[in-house]
Design a protein around this ligand. Structure first.
Ligand code: FAD
Length: 324
């Protein structure tokens, strides 16, 4: 619990971290009287009803100071930085669940005539707009998952990499990516859950399909553990400027290198520069940059519905690179 001590200075410097126990402890370690705090009211929330929360009232409760007085916020950030990544993963998880459900519904629900064939009624996933929503969802989930996994591996390397230099590089990159992992992934969670409702049409608005629950549950993630506006301020105000901007420059150089390697096509992959050989990129970072690429495309949406004899070439341009 965060609270102010009696003569604490205003602002964050006056905040300290405390631990309260349900019962006071006697000197011999046995349980004493009940500590004076209690729930004031249950919170009635937009979503996450499976996680009941309440307003707590601390009226004369006794608490122990954790860490140093006035350093409450700094101490809390040890937990907060891990929690921010975990909330980002929450965004990915809800998005994935919403996507899978929308995909299954779109394969099952039949409505209208397919533009690819004469099939009528056709599964709605054959309609270009429904397919747009599903492919957009899938692409965003893969990207968000890649960012979260990369940030998680960086957190491990920041503790466990072989050299101090690698640990420092991993920590700097982790700190840069954490607000992005939190804010972007949770925004993706809301967007994909909303698209999931849309794919269901009217049934998306009816509780029994469960699509609406994903939308409601996803909505908290851009708010807690620091709103996404606060993540943006942290990214631009602190993280991008740290190390004189070097961490950000190295990341941009790696992204440019990755884009170059990808644009050269599969044939050039064998000639991909070795780890750390990029312009300004650290070895640690380059190894991590490949993580997201490996997960991309692991699960497919399945084949485009069979083109029938009324195939419309404006809608079905053929394989990528075929032109036209
Ligand atoms: C269901 C739920 C569970 C929660 N669980 C916990 C918990 O377990 N532990 C915990 O400590 N907290 C918890 N919270 C609190 C949560 O972390 C805060 O609600 C959240 O951080 C936003 O703070 P606030 O509500 O004070 O909003 P405000 O700070 O009042 O923000 C309101 C708006 O103003 C913007 N804003 C505020 N300051 C700035 C600024 N300086 N620059 C730009 N924009 C700004 C915000 O981005 C937001 O859009 C929980 C909240 C909810 C709803």
């Amino acid at each position: 619990m965060l609270a102010r001590t009696p003569d604490a200075p205003p602002g964050v410097k006056g905040i300290s971290l405390f631990l309260t126990s349900k019962f006071e402890l006697k000197d011999d370690g046995s349980l004493g009287p009940r500590n004076d705090f209690r729930p004031g009211s249950i919170e009635h929330k937009l979503g996450i009803h499976g996680s009941p929360t309440c307003v707590m009232l601390y009226e004369g409760a006794k608490a122990e100071l954790v860490g140093q007085q006035g350093q409450g916020l700094a101490h809390m950030f040890v937990m907060m930085n891990a929690a921010r990544l975990q909330v980002g993963v929450e965004g990915v998880g809800i998005a994935e669940r919403a996507f899978q459900q929308a995909l299954a519904y779109a394969q099952d629900r039949r409505q209208g005539r397919a533009v690819w064939s004469d099939e009528q009624p056709a599964p709605i996933w054959g309609h270009p707009d429904v397919r747009r929503m599903l492919t957009l969802s899938k692409a965003k989930i893969e990207a968000a998952r890649g960012i979260c996994l990369t940030t998680g591996v960086l957190a491990d390397l920041a503790r466990l990499a072989d050299t101090e230099e690698e640990r420092a590089a991993a920590k700097a990159r982790q700190e840069l990516l954490t607000p992005i992992a939190k804010a972007w992934s949770t925004d993706v969670g809301v967007e994909v859950a909303s698209l999931g409702v849309q794919v269901h049409g009217g049934m998306g608005f009816i509780e029994e399909t469960g699509a609406a629950q994903h939308y409601r549950d996803a909505r908290i993630a851009p708010i807690y553990e620091g709103t996404n506006g606060i993540q943006a301020a942290d990214l631009v105000g602190r993280k991008v400027r740290s190390n004189g901007g070097e961490t950000m420059r190295a990341l941009c150089a790696e992204m440019a290198l990755t884009a170059q390697v990808l644009s050269e096509g599969a044939g050039s992959r064998a000639r991909r520069p070795s780890a750390g050989a990029g312009r300004g990129g650290s070895g640690t970072g380059h190894r991590l940059a490949s993580l997201g690429r490996q997960s991309a495309g692991a699960r497919g949406l399945g084949p485009v519905p069979q083109a029938g004899r009324r195939r419309d070439r404006r809608l079905d341009p053929g394989p990528p690179g075929a032109g036209g």
